[in-house]
Design a protein around this ligand. Structure first.
Ligand code: DGL
Length: 269
């Protein structure tokens, strides 16, 4: 028994987001590595991050990732595009011996859906402003028409657990109204809160639209990194998930579990 406590392969994978959006990444991680244990930390007290300054987001991200490391996480997944663009490079330099994985908008796979696709890249205002995203867009600008779309207000629907409501569908209809008469080939879900709106996106833009969620690539990369370090949990039992939050309440915990249980659009994988 004592040995088990010291066995680092049994330590949790820490998963961090500004709030509850990272649960879309947690789902992908569990699909990829069901036997791992997870510690999910959402900073809902400070969400949304996407409208804060780079310095504010970096400071919050660093202190929350440090918390997950202190709790004994064997790896940390920054399950937030905004926090990744603000702080992941800095964190890797500060903790070169730790496994720290980030997420970024899945622009590259979206550019291959058809010849010269028109792609809507949904992300927070901060992600869209960052140099990392600008560089991604300019790399593919000759083979695709990429339209950046900031979505202020969307994060709050997810945080409040109001996905799947009529009010949410109305919000999404308004968001995509400017594209009503345009064929959209693909949508990049460049914020981890947005995969919870895939049903609404398809209703509004049409079933032909292909959706791209970076969670799946991030989950595969996390598995590769943990395996390379010899830290995969070889237990044959399903792992456990613990939720922590900077503004935890019974209601919030219930929303975490509800989001986790929502059906996954298989096509996004
Ligand atoms: N979930 C975060 C992301 O992936 C952003 C949400 C927020 O603005 O806090 O970008």
């Amino acid at each position: 028994m004592e040995h088990n406590h010291l066995d680092i392969t049994k330590a949790p994978i820490g998963v961090f987001d500004s709030g509850l959006g990272g649960i879309s990444v947690l789902r992908a991680l569990v699909r990829e590595m069901p036997n791992e244990n997870y510690l999910y930390f959402g900073d809902s007290a400070n969400a949304p991050y996407g409208t804060k300054t780079l310095e504010e987001v970096r400071k919050l991200t660093v202190s929350n990732v440090e918390y997950l490391l202190q709790k004994g996480s064997k790896a940390v997944v920054v399950a937030c595009n905004t926090a990744t663009s603000a702080a992941v490079r800095y964190l890797r330099e500060k903790y070169p011996q730790e496994i720290i994985i980030g997420i970024e908008p899945a622009i590259k796979p979206a550019t291959t859906v058809c010849e010269q696709p028109t792609i809507i890249a949904m992300a927070t205002p901060m992600t869209l402003k960052e140099q990392k995203f600008q560089a991604l867009v300019s790399r593919y600008k000759d083979i695709a028409n990429i339209i950046p779309l900031p979505c202020p207000g969307l994060v709050e629907f997810v945080e409040d657990g109001k996905v799947g409501t009529e009010e949410f569908l109305q919000f999404m209809t308004k968001l995509f109204a400017p594209f009503q008469n345009q064929r959209i080939d693909a949508v990049v879900l460049g914020c981890t809160h947005y995969p919870f709106s895939v049903g609404e996106i398809k209703k509004v833009l049409g079933d032909h639209v292909k959706l791209f969620d970076g969670a799946w690539g991030t989950a595969r990369e996390t598995k590769r990194r943990i395996a390379a370090a010899g830290l995969l949990n070889d237990s044959e039992e399903q792992g456990i998930i613990n939720y922590e939050n900077s503004a935890m309440s019974d209601a919030r915990l219930a929303i975490c579990k509800m989001l986790y249980e929502l059906p996954i659009d298989e096509e996004e994988q």
